[in-house]
Write a protein that binds this ligand. Sequence first.
Ligand SMILES: Cc1ncc(COP(=O)(O)O)c(C=O)c1O
Length: 464
Amino acid sequence: MSTTDLAAPEDTATPAAAANPLAAFVQAPREVPLDAYWMPFTANRQFKKNPRLFVKSAGMHYWTDDGRQILDGVAGLWCVNAGHNRPKIVKAIQDQAAEMDYAPPFQMAHPKAFELADKVAKLTPAGLNKVFFTNSGSESVETALKMALAYHKVRGEGTRTRLIGRERGYHGVNFGGISVGGMVGNRKQFGAMVHGVDHIGHTHDPKRNAFSVGQPEHGAELADDLERLVGLHDASTIAAVIVEPVAGSTGVLVPPKGYLNRLREICDKHGILLIFDEVITGFGRTGNPFASQTFGVTPDMIVMAKGLSNGCVPMGAVAVKQSIHDAFMNGPEHLIEFFHGYTYSSHPLACAAALGTLATYEDEGLLTRAADLQDYFAQAVHSLRGEPNVIDIRNIGLVGGIELSSIPGSPAKRAFDIFLDCYERGVLIRTTGDTLALSPPLIIERGQIDQLVDTVRGSIRRHA
Ligand SMILES: Cc1ncc(COP(=O)(O)O)c(C=O)c1O
């Protein structure tokens, strides 16, 4: 039997059905030519000495090329929210590939693009009812930043050219995204980047907020840093502020109570657009379709990707307020209103995958499932308090961050070793610096939360 014989779609989301479909056979180790592929965001030399290869996925699990079952504790890369190989998504992609491979998105379209935009607009907070498609989170960020600049220009406020990000923010890897982003490692190799960018301070405050369960109590006033930048640059020069409601890639930083509301108020006061980057928090991660709904704060634009198509076909989107869209709808009707788009915007396969994904979320109530599980999940991750080197634990919905003290002189080494150890013991987690991040598919069962956290606990102890 080959691995492709196992590819028939079947619902493996339930624990019983998720029994190891590879258990009956052991695959001969595959000869893989490792040299040519320059891997992204990877320690290439370390990896190629001891490669970690997945060849199969179903429900909550991956399988490695040597037949080991791995519990997915990070939804692939925070994207496989409905779990792996879900039947509606698989079928939607297969059917679309057979029916129509590609349709140009400039001056032409296909019906599923409109259907999908309509469904996404119904999930976003009221008022954000226009949707622009991209192929990734990074492209969605660039799209939102360009929209913000162009919006002010078409309204006659072309002096608003400054973009504001936040320290410790991650907004993908393109030039706009790394410029407004606040991760030093992602910026330092790339020169001056986009000009006219500034940053407010981050919200991480372990002195006051360590081991907060859910939203930290202290720090709403940190949003006032935006007033400082308005004082420095003047509001008439500022187009937009972009933040992640929960910063994911810099270690799961949950917004302090009242912080996002305050940011909204300051943006409103000064006519500055507020953009939420919900690439990680979108599609159910915090217990609602979007974190904007969880925190009760509506931005002017929402950047999304990942969970939109369950990671199955690359796709991103930007949802914007009607008023932003309408500001562009001027001039002769035969002329293009917004000079932006991608060859693969609203790609038919991506739209099919996303429609299958949204149907799966709806059938199984997945976009609110994190709200039901969050207390159990919180208890589980906070049970790691007191384990060796654990200096903070942060959580919201089905996302958790466990911060460890660094080995002196070797930042990120302890977490990386724990990541490798968990993998050897059948659990996939993610690390950023010395923080372990957990963000499992939203179909996770309580017993699997226990397995995830207990495996992490064992690894933390082994690396004390
Ligand atoms: C908040 C946020 N924005 C943007 C991105 C970039 O998305 P992509 O890797 O799809 O370009 C990510 C990726 O993790 C993200 O977490």
